[in-house]
Design a protein around this ligand. Structure first.
Ligand SMILES: [Cu+2]
Length: 129
């Protein structure tokens, strides 16, 4: 009886240790972009490279949340997928867009409203494989 109790306690303890070490699940296709005075996800530090780059498999339901940590508004567009919806993200606010990546290719992620760091926010990329 004591053995059963000890073994049970070890199993329960191991379960809690395992749970504590497992990060919360992030659903596939979900992304967070932070817009700041340094661009999307600090694009200023990326020079003229495309940034941020999001890669998904064709057919993936893509959900992108853009949080604006800047003091000015920023736009957020994904060429082909969200051209028709001009997203404006107010300071301290976030916007979430969702679409099915049903067309393969490379699509530009960019700011669509004039802001003082506009050039830093023109070269993101969504790659649909
Ligand atoms: Cu802009």
């Amino acid at each position: 009886m004591v053995t059963v109790a000890v073994v049970s306690s070890v199993i329960v303890a191991a379960y809690y240790v395992y749970q504590a070490r497992s990060p919360p699940m992030k659903p596939p296709g979900t992304f967070l972009i932070v817009a700041s005075a340094n661009g999307y996800n600090d694009s200023a530090s990326q020079g003229d490279q495309s940034w941020p780059v999001i890669t998904v498999q064709k057919g993936t339901t893509v959900t992108i949340t853009v949080y604006n940590a800047d003091v000015q508004a920023h736009g957020f567009q994904v060429a082909h997928y969200s051209d028709s919806t001009r997203e404006t993200v107010a300071p301290g606010k976030s916007v979430t867009i969702t679409f099915v990546a049903d067309t393969a290719g490379s699509f530009r992620i960019y700011c669509s409203i004039f802001c003082t760091i506009h050039p830093l926010m023109q070269s993101g990329e969504l790659i649909v494989l």
